[in-house]
Design a protein. Sequence first.
Length: 343
Amino acid sequence: MRQIRVLVVEDSLVFRELLVQNLNADPAITVVAAARDPFEARDAIIKYKPDVMTLDVELPRMGGIEFLRKLMPQYPLPVVVISSLSDKVFDALNAGAVDFVAKPSGANRMQIEAFIKNELPVKIKVASIAKVSRWKKTPLEEMPGLPSLNNKEMVVAIGASTGGTEAIASVIKEFGTDIPGVVVVQHMPAGFTEMYAKRLNEQCSVCVREAKSGDAVLPGKVLIAPGGDAHMQLVKVNGAYQVVIRQGPKVNGHCPSVDVLFQSVATVAGNKAVGIILTGMGGDGAKGLLAMRQAGAVTIGQDESTCVVYGMPKVAYDIGAVEYQDKLQDIAKRTYSILSKIQ
């Protein structure tokens, strides 16, 4: 089996050596080069032609994000960003990175090595099969003909993983304030979901918030499940939708889990829902989306050509959970079309 060739870009000598040593210990990975800054990285990319690059955001001579913006149009390469808790990761994802991992802070050497041996290799393996073409973005003002909606009984549920931060943004940027309440699970570490929600709130016409237990699901509002050790579920209290955040074990290897959210939407909303499954590795959300469809909801899956990783939508499609399969840029229009017919 061919090993994944990795270029490590990290300015800290100690952390760089730890990355190289521990990644090389994985039989599926070989580190072909290590670079201290983007200029060394550029030369290493040309010389070694790596399959995946790990990239620190804070680098000397040129920042990691600026490097990404220069690199991707000329030499598209799957990139996993390693970052401390900062909203800069979303700039990196927007610039073309496939995924990111949160760098351990204040951890001892054993904890750091555990992170490198366990979490980072998984991200690298997923990135190695990811497509790195840029997403086509169509602003709302260039999409005439979206019908006006007026249905407070409906709810829209969205789930995604690898590549999902940009895919979700692409969809909800096209939603107007008339969209029914939207609930979202995006696989992401604790702390980053709040920053992600705040960032989207500044970019979208809808209100975007990190969810808290008891939050009402209202038209024009998007609630994003907090990352960490809890799941988000839809409930109905006095005839109105709310979300609850409950701690629990990982489902399908994830917490929060798309399946947990979708299953709750199937139970609570039934045929008053639209389910959307976007790019991501694995099968989280497929069974929940199937439950939604069986309960009468309309379901949409992102097509292979526009997915960074055609995993979650493929599993959902293969088991019959997807009613409509669309390109990413068409999903908002499809959602509006569905909702206008249900009113």
